[in-house]
Design a protein. Structure first.
Ligand code: C2R
Length: 177
């Protein structure tokens, strides 16, 4: 990059998004958040920690995240999903909640326990298992500061719109390919 001033990145090298999740069993859904952030050129990290089972690990991570300049936090959890809310109570960074649908109530429990926060402690809650939107919302917040992320979002939206330029038969052929 040093040889090419045009390619100088406006995005810092450090991790910008911390993704906390309540159990290793959540990881198949939660890695999709990281995948989308990576697709947009955003560095993130996943921490498996539970507000119920390992609160000390949650708080230790939040201390480190603050020190290391993480700017957006995403809390993912199923069933009695208190993780994102507890995180929001311990930081002034923006917190996004991703309710997971892996429990016996298929996510209505996690949705309500993530979204129904008391006034003053907001958690921006996305849909049940809405891993892509959790990442997209984090990216939109970061795009206010980093033009490169804004451009990546613009490009992702352009690619998404391309699907609508196909005829129905072309789209069908693509679906069955
Ligand atoms: P196990 O599969 O490990 O028994 O966990 C996890 O996110 C998981 O979806 C079952 C579910 O419990 C959730 N969990 C929470 C929290 N910690 C774990 N909701 C929390 O702190 O909110």
């Amino acid at each position: 990059m040093e040889n090419n001033p045009i390619a100088v990145s406006s995005t810092p090298d450090n991790t910008l998004v911390g993704i906390l999740t309540g159990s290793p069993n959540d990881l198949p859904t939660v890695v999709k958040v990281r995948d989308t952030l990576t697709e947009l050129g955003i560095k993130s990290e996943i921490i498996v920690a539970s507000a119920h089972r390992t609160p000390d690990k949650v708080f230790a991570y939040l201390d480190r995240a603050h020190r290391e300049g993480v700017q957006v936090l995403i809390g993912c959890a199923g069933v009695a999903a208190h993780l994102a809310g507890v995180v929001a109570g311990h930081t002034r960074l923006p917190v996004i909640g991703l309710p997971l649908g892996n429990g016996p109530l298929t996510g209505m429990d996690s949705l309500l326990s993530t979204v129904q926060m008391p006034p003053g402690v907001p958690v921006a809650t996305v849909a049940i298992d809405g891993s892509r939107n959790a990442a997209m919302l984090a990216a939109r917040i970061l795009a206010l500061k980093y033009p490169e992320i804004d451009r990546a979002l613009e490009e992702a939206a352009r690619r998404d719109r391309e699907r609508y330029d196909l005829t129905a038969d072309e789209a069908l052929a693509k679906l069955s390919a």
